[in-house]
Structures are given as structure tokens and as C-alpha cells.
Design a protein around this ligand. Sequence first.
Ligand SMILES: [Zn+2]
Ligand SMILES: [Zn+2]
Length: 263
Amino acid sequence: MKVYILKANYNNYHVLAPVGSGTLELYRRFNGQRMETPPEHIEVEVAEPGQGLPGGDFPGLASHIPVFSSKSMHVLGQLLGSVGETIPLQCKNCDDTYIALNVTRLIDALDERRSTVKRYTSSGRIMRILQYAFLKEAVSGETLFKIPETVLQEVYATEAVVEKVAQSSLQGFVFTLIWTNEAAVILCPYCMGVITEETKICPTCGLDTRRDAALEMTLDELRGMKRKPCPYCGTRIHVWADPCPYCKKGKQRQGLQEGVVIV
Ligand SMILES: [Zn+2]
Ligand SMILES: [Zn+2]
């Protein structure tokens, strides 16, 4: 069992921003609860620095609001079913059709005793989760979900979503492994993306992982690995990663252009 944080590959695909004022109020409405009067649509535009980049199937908006292209919605629609409500986006300066998902699947899945958290001194409320531990029974059978502690911060995904995205050559998804109940994590010997014992072709970089010895480490060791900014896209990557899992560029190896990033 594995749980990932789902993020957009924001240095390599479009990042969207709502048009006009009231962005924070709008973002706060995606709070894990069904909206009483959801907006008919949200007007957005592609943000400045990434305008020349491809749109992808999972452009960035806010970390707690996943945005899907019509292609990714088509692929994932059945799997995601009832995890939230969809709100169409109208893009001012791009032709793509996107929808935002208000994830309302809210689960008390955090194992607080085993997690490491930072709390507000006054109220004792959780400010940030530094290291996650989940209750296995609570997350089994789930796909995309939120937890009450981080409704305005993160969306979590399980293997079911990761596998579906990896098989469908959807572009722009980043899954960061934050919890597993398995003893070890297996990594691609090239891009350092997360793979399994059965992996032949790395879903992140597209290289044949059987040509080299895969790395095996604990999740703590993986999280503690040194990082550096990728010289091509600027995303922080593991110092040994080549090609870069995010932009697939590298000095020694030319990776295939696959969209998903599993790190
Ligand atoms: Zn790889
Ligand atoms: Zn890169």
C-alpha cells in the first residue's frame, strides 16, 4: 500500500491562475465539503512564465485543487467517480478545456501517533505534517482523497490512480511518495523514480530498468537524499537522478517523453 501527494509538474507544463480578484476566497471554497452554490465556471488564464510550455493533462492551479484536461478526465472519470464535484474552467488565453475537482472525499486517515507534525503553540492544532503515517484500513480501496488536517493544502492519491495515469501516457502529473507500509522502496537506477520489483520500463523516464541494478532503500532514506535543482527545468531532483524525472532531460541519457512523474 502506498500513498502519494498529487501535484502538477509546474516547471514543465501550464500553470493556470484565476482571472480577477477574489482568488483566495475562491481557493478556500475547495475545503473538502460540497459547495452549496458552486460557480458555473471559473475563468482562468495561463500564468506568465510558462506560457510557451505545453498545456498537459494536469495543469497547475492550487496544490489542493486538481485540474484535469478532457483527456485525463476521460481516462480517470470512472476511477474517480464520486470523490468530488467538478467545476469547468474557461481559459482566456488557451484553447484547452479543463475542469477543476473539488475533492470532497475526506477521510480521517492520518495516524497521528506515528506521524511527525508541527502544531500551533496556542491551539495545538496541526500546522504542517512533516512525516506522514496513514491508517492502512482507512486508505485501502481509496483513490483520491483529502484528510481534515490539510484540506487547503494537499490531495492524496493511492496506487490505483498512479497506475492508471502511468498506463495512459497522460502528461503533467507528479506523484510524490509519502507513505508506504512496505519495508523498502525500489527506485529506477536512472531517474530515481519510484518503481516496483515487477517494473521493466520505468513509468517516469521510460528507460529499461533491467539494464542496471535498481536501488532499494527505506522511505526515510529516500526522503533524506540530497537534492539539487535540475539544470534544465529547475525542479529540485535527487543528486543522482539522470535523466531528470520532471523534464526527462539528462547529460548522459536521453529519456523518452513520458508524462508521469513518480518520485
Ligand atoms: Zn526512471
Ligand atoms: Zn528537469
